[in-house]
Ligand binder design. Sequence first.
Ligand code: BYC
Length: 469
Amino acid sequence: MIDYTERIPNNVDLGTDRRLQRALESWQPRFLNWWSEMGPALPTQDVYLRTAINVGREGWAQFGHVAVAEYRWGIFLAEREGHRNIAFGAHKGEPAWQQVPGEYRSELQRLIVIQGDTEPASVEQQRNLGATAPSLYDLRNLFQVNVEEGRHLWAMVYLLHAFFGRDGRDEAEALLQRNSGSADYPRILGAFNEETPDWLSFFMFTYFTDRDGKYQLGTLKESAFDPLSRTCEFMLKEESHHMFVGTTGLDRVVERTAQLMVEHDTDDAGPHGAVPLKVIQKYLNFHYSVSLDLFGSERSTNVANYFTAGLKGRWSEERRADDHVLTDDSAFVDALVDGAIGRTEVAALVGLNQDLRDAYIADCETGVKRWNRILAEAGLPQRLALPHVGFNRKVGAFAGAHISPAGEVVAEQEWESNRGAWLPTDVDKTHVRSLMRPVYEPGRIASWLAPPRNGINGKPFDYEYVHLA
Ligand code: BYC
């Protein structure tokens, strides 16, 4: 069980390490200050939230109305039964580390800082969405995602404070100083400096960008550094709700658009108060391509070093039928070969970013299948699709190339003249924003999406999930 009598709820025996406890207790007011300045802007009395009370398989969370500013952010690591050995890399077979080995200190710290940086960034990106929530149910889900991203920040800050000394404490401060989209001090990764100005973007973000989180956390869960592995394991449990919000949110947008297309026998649901299917496709193109950039380059010596050192494994590492060392293996990765889209052979270790990205892409396809089933069931011939992996990329083999969503290399001029057909235009964004009118009455829903099939924790859709201030 998690101890909620402590100032910082935790299951890491914080009380037995007074120095660490004091250091984290002095970071806590700065976190709360950041939350009040950069967290959800909409004032509320309370929200129906889940709070982790245990890390076990059964009944790990409790639901209830909580004043958001009083949410009990804490430090929760998955319990480990027995002894764990390192599953991959040069240290394969050795016992997992409970401390950070000196030779890997800076790489490990860098990975933890990058992971930590994304968590508050997403809260900042979503800060103003409460003002335009399509229902109280959706508003509650937004706040649930936000408080848990705040908790994920706590997870990384605990590691920085507990294992990286002075440098770690400085990095924990910097996590509250960088801001999403700031010109002077931006967040580290590209996607976390983009805006999330409307709920279609929010659903796309929680579908595509949170899913990068799932895959990156999955690789860090394999880490030889056991405290990182254990914290990521528990974070993944919370993360699955965030992706549920994205998946079902987009289901409901597509469902409503399809309904109106059939009802009015038109391709364009825009004039009928919904998001046109073409605009959904453009938002999808944008969020997918920006999220692909989060996997880094197809050829990366960084990832080879992380893997060999045991810092970052592969997705489902232990289920792979190979030697888990990969020094003698090769792999094919995407590349531009003489200006054409092709593949090139590299050492398997250097190609591991693409290995992870391939698993992510296969997972993204499942959403597209769901949305296409909704269109098919409505009797519509139109379909959504993931754009080609090279489309609109800023990182890796296709950065700077001009590749259409269908996967053709085109001239820059052709790409630019099609930009508005492939990515959201100002007109599209203005239309989407015009639909974003808040609906705060229990049981009611905005015009542009269908209600959810089920409520939260067995409650009905018309439950008062949020009491506004
Ligand atoms: N933007 O060798 P390369 C989540 C940098 S999301 C800006 O190609 P590498 C969440 C890179 O840092 C998951 N810079 O790539 C979701 C490197 O810089 P240095 C977050 C970028 O290092 C929603 C240089 O370019 N967690 O949890 O193999 C809501 C060359 O890099 C970008 C992680 O990402 C970019 N997109 O892989 C809330 C896990 N891409 O070192 C939360 C930790 C690359 O030369 N991070 N660069 O100065 C990592 O594992 C790796 O750092 C990356 C990059 C996968 C991000």
